[in-house]
Ligand binder design. Structure first.
Ligand SMILES: Cc1cc2nc3c(=O)[nH]c(=O)nc-3n(C[C@H](O)[C@H](O)[C@H](O)COP(=O)(O)OP(=O)(O)OC[C@H]3O[C@@H](n4cnc5c(N)ncnc54)[C@H](O)[C@@H]3O)c2cc1C
Length: 217
């Protein structure tokens, strides 16, 4: 983990260096819109700064969609952010959603020794846009890495009250006609979907009619 932290620090410092070299001003803080062409930044070092621009690019990334009953704490219920910071290899891990990032993180922890199960709603991994042949071959490859797949299966509910996280799953459309079963992972990763982060936008921009949507022109 310390090697990863060093790499991240090195890369981000590298970007900062490129900003300096190319005349890009880097302001450290949390921004929110105060007008169509104006952003207020609450500076990390204290104080505020207002910036105006003819055009403003919003690049605030994404956040995981909350899953009912499974509140993300980045310790036991994790997103890819937590999966990149686990302090030790969990004995077991369940990945909800066999999309690219879930598979990537699942494969990493599986190769480090975790017993990984991927629960996927569809009949193929990689998400709806993935080439079918590639999805099939990738799944074969990941099975050789000892990852278990529960395909055509949906997670119904989760229970985090005990020592282990419990998940109830059932067959989705086209899945095996199995009854609800309980998986007991130590650690649980949510990769079902990521939605755009609208934290920046929620309250103060008059152009946003619906806080769940970004209105673009
Ligand atoms: C595990 C993982 C693996 C991935 N692998 C790939 C890959 O191999 N290839 C690929 O193309 N993509 C990959 N992606 C996707 C890629 O990382 C994202 O698409 C990309 O980072 C999005 O860029 P962004 O600048 O929009 O957001 P981000 O890179 O998420 O950056 C958003 C930044 O905005 C800052 N921010 C948020 N809100 C505010 C605010 N109000 N004020 C100021 N700052 C704010 C955040 O602190 C953050 O630094 C991967 C993603 C993950 C999670």
């Amino acid at each position: 983990m310390s090697a990863k932290d060093e790499s991240v620090a090195g890369l981000t410092k590298g970007v900062e260096f490129l900003f300096n070299k190319n005349g890009v001003e880097y302001i450290k803080g949390a921004a929110s819109f105060t007008g169509e062409h104006e952003v207020k930044v609450t500076l990390n070092d204290g104080g505020e700064q207002t910036i105006t621009g003819k055009n403003i690019v919003i690049a605030t990334g994404s956040e995981a969609t909350p899953f009912p009953g499974l509140e993300v704490d980045e310790t036991r219920i994790i997103t890819s952010t937590g999966a990149l910071s686990l302090k030790e290899v969990p004995e077991t891990m369940v990945v909800i959603g066999g999309g690219i990032i879930g598979l990537e993180m699942g494969s990493v922890w599986s190769r480090l020794g975790a017993k990984v199960t991927v629960v996927e709603y569809l009949g193929a991994i990689g998400g709806p846009g993935m080439d079918a042949e590639l999805a099939k071959d990738s799944q074969k490859f990941l099975k050789k890495q000892k990852i278990t797949f529960k395909m055509n299966t949906k997670v119904v509910s989760g229970d985090v009250s005990g020592e282990k996280v419990k998940l109830e799953v059932e067959a989705a459309k086209g899945g095996k006609n199995e009854t609800v079963s309980v998986l007991e992972p130590q650690c649980q990763m949510v990769d079902a979907d990521k939605k755009s982060s609208l934290k920046l936008m929620l309250f103060s921009w008059p152009l946003v009619a619906d806080p769940s949507q970004l209105v673009l022109d």
